[in-house]
Design a protein around this ligand. Structure first.
Ligand code: HEM
Length: 451
């Protein structure tokens, strides 16, 4: 017996793990793209740990204090305490700059890996019966991750971030009838009031992370209960526990959760941490010293949200002001339509998708996207739509690059945001149309008639 086996046996024995054999033996298909969910998980863990470090030094207050840190330019100046504490973390606390950068890059990789994980689940049809519920929970996680990043962006209270997050305040205020209450609850009154930063801080460090933690636990619980999807097998598979038929999707073939998958996950964890550490070591983030503290009288030259909210900003830029209207004394403006209604519709469409491409019977094999013409066409159209809307969010940069005004760029992008996804869907459908659907995607009658 090897030393590793002896250690495993020792732990199993002491903790009566034999009773939980099913759980520890749960098979994880050896599929690289299935690791994206784990990357998201490890980013969340990194965010919590680095956030705890930052929380020890950050001051969620906008009261003025005199700066006495090591940035020459601000010496002796009275500035908001939140801003001063972030300067302090960045330039005076040992490892402060590194941990702040680690937190920043983990937030970006968190959202990026969630987006990619969602695309993998979409394109392989892993949202179908019985996994619709986990898709719904996942959609909630995606929305919360964006909320966490947005509330964190505001905290340093520098000129750039506070102007950009002020857009969110205007959106909250634009909600007909409820706008006043919602903006007061989330932002603590007129933006930026002395309650704004404490309110966003509370949401950022407690409410949203706890909700994310709870939803991740539910997500993982459902996953353990339902087991993973698995790629359609080429033929019957000879396993240690006997031959598994190529069509038998009641059993998953893969690595046991413990110890094999645990070892793979450990590698993914350290690779995620290594990537984030490299980024944090070499790439600076949101330079608060350069932006300076929030200045109510000034407007920075460039206002931009983070990349993953750029599509929402794009809607705001593309909607013409004449789309505002008043019905029965209730005013509906373009900020509400572009910033609240359209993003809500996007999330509603994501939520509804498993019930649009609905299956009566459970499917445990993943689909090949190249063999699902219309579903893949919808996915490609959605990606193109979000990309064009995101370019619209950067219309001023596009205008600068092309040496023109934003007017013609907006006109072009307004047409493109409708026609681009349609054209992408049509081309995808036409190219894939001739492909025969994968076995798991055919009806029982079709399969029977083949055999
Ligand atoms: C904090 C965010 C998230 C975390 C930490 C997370 C984590 C995971 C992990 C570790 C898995 C198993 C491995 C894998 O298939 O990648 C998984 C599976 C799954 N996730 Fe997520 N996920 C998140 C967000 C989402 C989102 C946004 C969606 C879709 C809207 C989603 C839908 C699913 C589904 C349907 C499965 C089962 C897939 C299968 O069995 O093949 N998840 N998730």
């Amino acid at each position: 017996m090897s030393r590793v086996d002896r250690i495993v046996g020792f732990v199993e024995d002491r903790l009566s793990l034999d009773d939980d054999r099913d759980m520890l033996g749960k098979a994880f298909p050896a599929e690289d793209s299935f690791l994206l969910g784990e990357v998201a998980l490890f980013c969340f863990l990194t965010l919590v740990l680095t956030g705890m470090f930052l929380g020890m030094f950050f001051e969620p207050s906008t009261s003025d204090v005199t700066y006495e840190g090591s940035v020459e330019r601000f010496q002796g100046e009275d500035m908001p305490e939140a801003f001063v504490s972030v300067l302090h973390i960045t330039y005076d606390i040992p490892f402060g700059m590194f941990i702040r950068r680690l937190h920043h890059w983990a937030a970006h990789l968190f959202v990026a890996s969630i987006g990619l994980h969602m695309l993998r689940v979409f394109f392989t049809g892993a949202y179908r019966n019985p996994r619709e519920l986990n898709w719904v929970v996942g959609t909630g996680l995606a929305a919360l991750a964006m909320g966490a990043a947005y509330t964190g962006y505001a905290l340093p209270f520098d000129e750039f971030a506070s102007t950009a997050t002020g857009i969110g305040y205007n959106l909250a205020k634009s909600i007909p009838i409820l706008g006043g209450v919602v903006s007061k609850v989330v932002f603590g009154g007129e933006f930026p009031s002395s309650a704004t930063i404490p309110r966003l801080y509370f949401l950022h460090v407690l409410v949203i992370p706890v909700l994310i933690g709870v939803l991740i636990a539910v997500h993982m619980g459902i996953l353990m209960r339902q087991k993973h999807t698995e790629a359609q097998r080429e033929g019957d598979v000879d396993t240690q526990r006997g031959i598994v038929d190529s069509d038998d999707d009641s059993r998953v073939i893969g690595l046991p959760a413990f110890p094999n998958q645990t070892a793979v996950s450990a590698v993914v964890f350290f690779l995620t941490l290594a990537t984030l550490s490299t980024l944090a070591g070499f790439l600076p983030v949101h330079n608060v010293a350069e932006y300076g503290p929030n200045n109510p009288a000034g407007t920075p030259e460039l206002i931009m949200p983070d990349w993953f909210l750029m599509w929402v900003y794009g809607f705001l830029k593309l909607l013409p002001s004449w789309m505002s209207f008043t019905v029965a004394g209730i005013h509906v403006n373009t900020e509400f339509i572009g910033g609240i209604v359209l993003p809500t519709l996007v999330f509603a469409a994501i939520l509804a998708w498993p019930f649009v491409d609905f299956r009566e019977d459970p499917i445990h094999f993943t689909a090949n996207p190249l063999k699902r013409p219309w579903q893949t066409a919808v996915g490609v159209a959605a990606v193109v739509f979000i990309m064009i809307a995101s370019i619209a969010g950067m219309n001023n940069i596009a205008a600068k690059v092309l040496g023109t005004e934003t007017g013609p760029i907006n006109a072009l992008l307004t047409v493109a945001v409708f026609l681009g996804p349609l054209a992408a869907a049509a081309v995808t459908y036409l190219v894939l149309r001739g492909n025969r659907p994968a076995r798991a995607d055919r009806s029982a009658e079709e399969v029977a008639s083949d055999d």
